[in-house]
Design a protein. Structure first.
Length: 487
């Protein structure tokens, strides 16, 4: 990094370039001054025989007034001096000398010079004010548009793209914005001075954030003073936007890390408990079975065998949920959708968890006009089975589970599952779809992944799922699946 970038302002390139531009503009003004003086002298020489030498001064006064619209104040004053000498030397008798023999001619020359200087000064001042106001209005509008674009941007890349587009439209040059630490380079600098383009660092509070490149056209090979001033202000704003978005990204990363740590702790707590319980049951039952005193008792062996079976199923359910959740979050879940009968989906799902029914009563009501659905039958069965499984486990043993299907108002197929249990959280029923959420912390079994997996299964098929409390009590789950059109 050069010393230019180490100073607090980091504006060495722009300041030196502005000074160079100012010197060049002064030289151009005095070049125009020479052209105007010669042209006006030739016109006055041609008209002098007709209008007389006194009226020639009016031509010079008019020329100074018009020059004040586009020349600098110093150039206009110099032009007034030049016209005074030209008028005296070439037109006022005696001609071709600086001698003024007539006092009236001297007063005329003096008054015309003063009038030319004053009018030129006032005209230049008015023109400068107009240019400043227009430039300020243009600059303010560009800064406003850039601030609005940066404020609505959602990432650093979006800030750079929007800023590049706006800079290109405002400066009428090709613009390149890169996030890399570079010093001043390109045309007009010590680094790569032969380059066709100009590169200016984007400097923020934390240092150099990147570099902005400006490609001038052949018609305008160099940036103007107004453009360089505008670039300075725009790069300030771009740097602030980049630092703001970078700070937001860091905060988001920190929040994600904290949330990950919480989820990791919840996962470890739940999984460690849910793994220990069935494994302990399996180990204890297996140890009892191999005991000679127990193995001779058929009823005891049958009971212990059922204990091992239930613990194994519980362990299998836990592992399957963990694996399914991993597949969903990794994006490897690919639904194989076909046209299915909603009756088959409901009946298959009930059979999968029928061993948990106990004395629950299941009522099924499917509208006769219910069309076919488009879904992955395996994922749809598993999703519906998870909901029915929870209804069997978390509701009173003698309660009713109501399952119905119908065509929704938007043309999709709705499968509704209602239980008569304690219902869902009143403040936000949808939180049951969050990972590791358990409404009943005192109920043994489960890590809070079943409904999260169900949601992932349904959404992977182009459907959706809703959770709510039924007005008459209990939980109500509504599955929306695409309609299956058969041609």
């Amino acid at each position: 990094m050069t010393d230019d970038l180490k100073n607090p302002d980091g504006r060495h390139y722009l300041k030196s370039t502005l000074a160079t531009k100012k010197s060049r503009e002064i030289a151009q003004d005095f070049g125009w001054l020479t052209v105007i003086a010669l042209s006006t002298w030739l016109i006055a020489t041609a008209l002098q025989p007709i209008i007389g030498y006194m009226a020639v001064g009016i031509i010079f006064l008019l020329a100074v007034s018009l020059a004040g619209l586009f020349l600098s104040r110093a150039a206009v004053l110099a032009l007034a001096f030049a016209f005074a000498f030209i008028h005296n030397f070439f037109f006022i008798p005696p001609r071709l000398t600086f001698t003024v023999s007539n006092p009236e001619d001297f007063m005329l020359l003096l008054m015309l010079f003063v009038a030319a200087a004053v009018v030129g000064h006032l005209t230049t001042r008015l023109a400068n004010k107009e240019r400043v106001l227009r430039s300020r209005e243009h600059r303010t509008m560009i800064l406003y548009n850039l601030a609005k674009e940066i404020a609505s941007a959602q990432s650093v890349d979006e800030i750079l793209e929007r800023a590049r587009t706006l800079l290109k439209e405002a400066l009428h040059v090709d613009v390149l914005l890169l996030l890399s630490k570079n010093s001043d380079a390109g045309r007009g600098t010590e680094t790569l001075s032969a380059a066709e383009h100009t590169y200016v660092p984007i400097i923020g509070r934390s240092g150099v954030l990147g570099v902005a490149g400006f490609a001038q056209s052949k018609a305008n090979p160099e940036l103007s003073t107004d453009q360089l001033t505008l670039i300075d202000a725009l790069l300030h704003q771009i740097a602030s936007g980049i630092e703001r978005e970078t700070y937001h990204d860091r905060v988001k990363t920190l929040l994600v890390f904290e949330e990950t740590q919480k989820l990791y702790k919840s996962l470890m707590d739940c999984v460690s408990h849910e793994l220990k319980t069935p494994l302990a049951a399996i180990k204890g039952s297996a140890s009892a079975i191999v005991d000679p005193m127990t193995s001779s008792n058929k009823e005891a062996v049958d009971f212990l065998g059922h204990q091992i079976l239930e613990a194994s199923e519980r362990l299998q359910h836990l592992v399957e949920n963990l694996l399914d959740m991993t597949r969903i979050e990794s994006g490897l879940m690919q639904a194989k959708r076909i046209v299915c009968d909603v009756n088959d989906i409901i009946s298959t799902s009930i059979r999968e968890v029928d061993h948990l029914r106990g004395v629950h009563r299941v009522q099924i009501k499917i509208a006769e006009s219910t069309p076919l659905v488009t879904c992955d039958p395996v994922l749809a069965n598993q999703a519906l089975a998870n909901i029915i499984h929870n209804a069997f486990v978390y509701t009173p043993s003698d309660s009713v589970i109501e399952i119905s299907a119908q065509q929704g108002v938007h043309g999709d197929i709705e499968i509704l599952v209602r239980d008569h249990g304690p219902g869902l959280p009143r403040d936000n029923p949808a939180k049951v779809f969050n990972k590791f959420f358990r409404a009943d912390q005192n109920h043994a079994g489960g890590v809070g992944l079943g409904l999260a997996v169900t949601k992932g299964f349904i959404e992977s098929q182009g459907g959706s799922i809703e959770a709510s409390n039924h007005p008459d009590g209990g939980a109500l789950f509504t599955l929306h699946l695409p309609r299956g059109d058969v041609t």
